[in-house]
Design a binder for this molecule. Sequence first.
Ligand SMILES: [Zn+2]
Ligand SMILES: [Zn+2]
Length: 279
Amino acid sequence: MLQNPDEMNGVRLRLKFFGVRGSIPTPVAANLGFGGNTTCLEIQSGDGGRLVIDAGSGVRGLGLERIAQGHLAVDFWLTHFHWDHIQGLPFFAPLFASGARVRFHARKPASATRQHLERQFQEPYFPGRDGISAVQEFLEIDTNTSKHGNITIHPFELNHPQGAFGFRIEAGGAVIVHASDCEHGDPRYDARLRDYAQNADVLIYDAQYTPEEYAAKAGWGHSTWLEATRAARESNAKHLILFHHDPSRADRDLEAIVESARREFSNTDAAREGWEIRL
Ligand SMILES: [Zn+2]
Ligand SMILES: [Zn+2]
């Protein structure tokens, strides 16, 4: 909780994970160490600028935190529209709070983004949109650089079915790179990713599969922990965070994967719900 701006003294970027799982929420006892919610994370800069990447089921927790803080201006930067990245929105409390303002930045024309997101609130999937009080805005982004307060955002294309954006996020010289969902193996995309991840303080990378599993999952749009370590090394990243954990992965499996990955790239961790990193 960062209600007091002094808590950010000297912090250039703060990252907090609210959802780290890929594909589908998996709230089962064996997963609760790392967490079962699908992807959502928040990045805040020292000047108070905040942005949220994706709105998987983890966004419910973020919404409750924002309500408690009374911080109801929310800027989403969506990687893409696969359901695990937007499915939490019907349970995102700020949408139903008066005085809230929620912006969605995404890689489609504004009208398409609005339609894709609102479909989740339509019958017969949801009781309806009647309770929505927030002022909503829908904004198309491309690979041009954007500014959000003193945060600079460089979107870039990832290799993923129907496309997805990665984001290089910078403030005060600190760099966080979000690269999920993405598949390795296409030289153009691999080179671009390394280019955008160059010298990152934190590289968050799609490590859904083990190398053994990947053999049967080529073309599904995801990568492996081993490729994650290669991307981190080849881009000279300082800290690698494995992300978009497979629904089948129990805590003990993830611990074993981190151990293997550290033999390839020592400063590796697996993303965990509730974890905060300060740069
Ligand atoms: Zn996904
Ligand atoms: Zn996807």
